[in-house]
Design a protein around this ligand. Structure first.
Ligand code: PLP
Length: 439
């Protein structure tokens, strides 16, 4: 079967070069460890960008998938399959409010479903239903705009790059899909001002910005967003693709920041199935006043024929995800994420390194902000960002981490990481920092 060509040559010749890849050729993994084609071992503190939440090859997940592969892999969504229904219920329970779930394949696709939900809401509804409030008004202006945040990341589809608050993802793909209004994150005045625009129908935010460098929303900001969305009958949409389903030490990222706030809809992907491609949205069942006069649950706006995807919610992936979520519960991994996230953040701060400006951490979502003058104190190859330079130096000592922008290193280890692994990662980072030019 093998072509005999070296891996890098295969990529060079046959894979479209959309990614700036590091040179590692990874071959197998177990738990927190991963090995390259030459058998060199690495401690995996990237977890495939917050995806392999149980590390590599958890025996219970392997066994569940093995069984399900033999039983039923795919049927299409023309039929009912039990694992999809069970997983939907599990996710509704995790949110803790009545609603329903739609399954897809990735974070960008989950967010696409949120954009389409917002369109339906703005086109076909007047707003949330309130027995005392105004009823149907077929002539009310349509609302199609979505307020999103500077520094956000929502995926690489055309909708995703329009929603994302970073210019670098848009370059060369203009014109952008219209209707997204970007505002400074965590700025309540800017949020209130943006929502004055009568075209705005939703606010979309990551409770903790991940790709933007691990920046949590303040609890006051989340509360202000909820209050504003209530007042203007706008949807509050949380992108929990990176921060959701356990990483922060709670099932929901927003619960770690402001558990009293509930969104109207949520998107997930990444850690949801421990490494298998699955995305999903939860949508609240709260009643909506349709222009037609009908009152119906928000979660029924995307009705038959309005949205879909061939691979969404297959029995194979859903049973894998159910097992992943059960293991997180059975092995008390939410608590582990809280305890070891704090241990990692404390240990990193205790380094008192002049190369580290700040450590930001919410559970096992850690952002290590490198000093702003890093590049002036440490000569870097032309065009190389300090974050990428550090990630490469850490590869040399056997630690995988993820860069974020030019100055942030992300640590996103599996939720079942152990204290000894954290201590080893801190030691490896410390050794690399010690090898940099000393002041
Ligand atoms: C917050 C957030 N939303 C959406 C996405 C896009 O997810 P995917 O790459 O699965 O399309 C990402 C990916 O990094 C993300 O971090």
């Amino acid at each position: 079967m093998s072509t005999g060509l070296p891996t890098l040559e295969l990529f060079d010749r046959y894979v479209i070069p959309t990614y700036g890849r590091f040179g590692l050729r990874l071959a197998r993994g177990s738990g927190c460890r991963i090995w390259d084609e030459d058998g060199r071992e690495y401690l995996d503190f990237g977890a495939g960008i917050a995806v392999t939440s149980l590390g590599h090859g958890h025996p219970r997940v392997v066994e569940r998938l093995r069984q399900q592969v033999g039983e039923l892999v795919h049927t299409s969504n023309l039929y009912y399959t039990r694992p999809q229904g069970e997983l939907a219920k599990r996710l509704v329970d995790i949110v803790g409010a009545p609603g329903k779930v739609f399954f897809c394949n990735s974070g960008a696709e989950a967010n696409e479903a949120l954009y389409k939900l917002s369109r339906k809401f703005g086109n076909e509804a007047n707003g949330f239903h309130s027995p005392a409030g105004p009823h149907s008004n077929p002539d009310a202006p349509l609302r199609r705009g979505i307020v999103t945040m500077n520094g956000s990341f929502h995926g690489r589809t055309l909708g995703g790059i329009a929603a994302t608050g970073q210019d670098k993802v848009k370059k060369g793909f203009e014109p952008m899909i219209e209707g997204y209004k970007h505002i400074p994150f965590n700025n309540i005045a800017a949020l209130n001002e943006a929502a004055e625009d009568p075209n705005m129908v939703a606010v979309l935010l990551e409770p903790i910005q991940g790709e933007g460098g691990i920046h949590p929303a303040s609890p006051e900001y989340l509360r202000a967003a909820r209050t504003l969305c209530e007042r203007r009958s706008m949807l509050l949409l949380f992108d929990e693709v990176q921060c959701g389903l356990g990483r922060t030490g709670d099932w929901n990222g927003w619960d770690t920041l402001a558990p009293d706030v509930k969104p109207d809809a949520v998107s997930w992907a990444k850690g949801i199935a421990g490494g298998f491609p699955l995305g999903a949205i939860w949508v609240s069942a709260r009643p909506v006043q349709m222009r037609s006069g009908e009152v119906k649950p928000l979660c029924d706006l995307l009705g038959p024929g309005t949205h879909g995807t061939t691979f969404g919610g297959t029995p194979l992936i859903c049973s894998g995800a159910l097992e992943v979520l059960s293991i997180i519960e059975d092995e008390h991994l939410l608590e582990n994420a809280r305890v070891l996230g704090k241990h990692a953040a404390d240990s990193l701060r205790a380094l008192h390194s002049p190369w580290i400006a700040e450590v930001r951490a919410v559970g096992l979502l850690l952002g290590i902000e490198l000093a702003t003058d890093f590049a002036t104190r440490c000569p870097l190859p032309a065009g190389k960002a300090p974050s990428v330079f550090m990630v490469e130096r850490l590869h040399e000592v056997g630690l995988l981490t993820i860069p974020s922008g030019t100055h942030v290193l992300r640590w996103l280890p599996p939720l079942n990481v152990q204290a000894a692994d954290v201590d080893e990662a801190v030691r490896l980072l410390s050794s690399v920092l010690a090898s940099l030019p000393q002041p």
